[in-house]
Design a protein around this ligand. Structure first.
Ligand code: MRU
Length: 379
């Protein structure tokens, strides 16, 4: 029988001008693939968390921007870039915290500009220059299909790289795990949040593959239950020894000595190493510090935002009160009219983080320097 790990989290179905995703809001009870065709459908799927997890959102955005430009009628490069920016800004407005969304859209835009520059010998900022006359008009018609083909190729590269990067995070993460370890994770930074392996789960999958006897504890992750519905589901399906707990139980579990290391994902790492991840992560890190348990953030470099100096500047998404008061319950579980605090993410201060596991290795404090070095080497 097909397991949840046999489905692709995000796939481009080019012949149908669509992105196919698993509707994650229905898991684990129902596995339903849905196809997104329009900009609004893609926006809604990201906002409603039908596709979620920073890397998967980035891949969806890359495919989305390609599909939204695929049938562009732009007559000039200026018009094309204007349309590209409008569509990119629209997709980018679906969720604010995961930097992979804007990262993927920017990458697509930059690729178009770079490729156009290569074709025409103009600079990357050529779209800032006033449009030319009919000569440009006719030559752009010939270039347009090539730009679209390039957008498709770039969006597919974003997906392929995600798989490779997660595997490498898994390999570095594996060096931090020993046979017999008890591991804790929060939210879902698993295959369902990426295209394969996940980030926080990648070391777990590799440890399991290697025959390590590991025990993974999953916080259920209120209010949207990504830990219970998604992480526990995918790890259990993989045959990993999986135990579910409510969020308010993790400190007590740590106190028993059952947890040797904690791996979580992340939506945006600031330049100083402060890391935004699913709400509740910082509580886990605080308790881990108290009980002397190593706490690792797993983050592809696409999740590191060197333009955000510290966690204070990270825009934290606030979501609807109903997610806390009504969702998942048979009936409303809070008085009508009560105020609700429902941030989707929190920031873990860098001094609580033992290491940031990236595809280039495990970064340790001082994070500002380690992060700077990685980006210098990438240039
Ligand atoms: O609101 P979500 O489900 O998109 O939140 C997801 C997380 O917080 C993940 O830990 C994060 O995106 C990393 S996914 C590899």
């Amino acid at each position: 029988m097909k397991s949840i790990l046999d489905y692709e989290t995000v796939a481009l179905i080019d012949e149908d001008d669509a992105i196919e995703i698993i509707d994650q809001t229905l898991l684990p009870g129902t596995t339903k693939m849905i196809r997104l065709h329009t900009g609004q459908e893609i926006w809604d799927a990201i906002y409603l968390l039908q596709v979620r997890g920073a890397p998967a959102i980035g891949v969806t955005a890359g495919f989305g921007l390609y599909l939204l430009m695929k049938h562009s009628q732009a007559a000039t490069y200026d018009e094309f870039v204007k349309e590209l920016r409008e569509k990119s800004d629209f997709l980018n407005s679906s969720r604010p915290t995961a930097v992979n969304l804007s990262w993927a859209l920017k990458r697509m835009e930059n690729h178009v500009k770079g490729f156009y520059g290569e074709l025409t010998g103009t600079s990357i900022n050529a779209q800032e220059q006033p449009s030319a006359d009919n000569k440009e008009h006719s030559s752009f018609e010939a270039i347009l299909p090539q730009l679209i083909a390039e957008m498709r190729a770039e969006s597919e590269r974003i997906k392929e790289e995600d798989i490779d990067v997660c595997r490498r995070i898994g390999e570095y993460g594996l060096t931090l795990i020993k046979d017999g370890y008890g591991l804790l994770t929060h939210c879902n930074a698993g295959q369902l949040a990426t295209c394969k392996y996940g980030t926080a789960t990648a070391p777990m999958y590799l440890a399991h593959e290697k025959g390590y006897n590991i025990k993974v504890y999953c916080d259920e992750t209120r209010p949207l239950l990504q830990g219970a519905r998604l992480t526990a589901y995918e790890l259990h399906s993989a045959g990993i020894d999986t135990t579910l707990l409510c969020d308010n139980m993790s400190a007590s579990l740590m106190r028993t000595g059952a947890i040797n290391a904690i791996f979580v994902g992340c939506d945006r790492v600031a330049a100083n190493g402060d890391a935004a991840n699913k709400i509740g992560t910082s509580m886990v890190a605080l308790a881990a510090k108290r009980y002397n348990i190593p706490f690792y953030i797993c983050a592809p470099t696409s999740t590191i935002d060197i333009n955000t100096p510290t966690g204070k500047e990270i825009n934290i998404e606030q979501r609807k009160p109903e997610e806390v008061t009504e969702m998942w319950y048979k009936e409303r579980m809070a008085p009508e009219g009560v105020n609700v605090f429902n941030p989707a993410f929190d920031v873990t201060d860098n001094d609580l983080i033992t290491g940031i596991v990236t595809e280039h290795g495990v970064l340790t404090a001082p994070y500002d320097q380690a992060i700077k070095k990685i980006f210098e080497n990438k240039k």
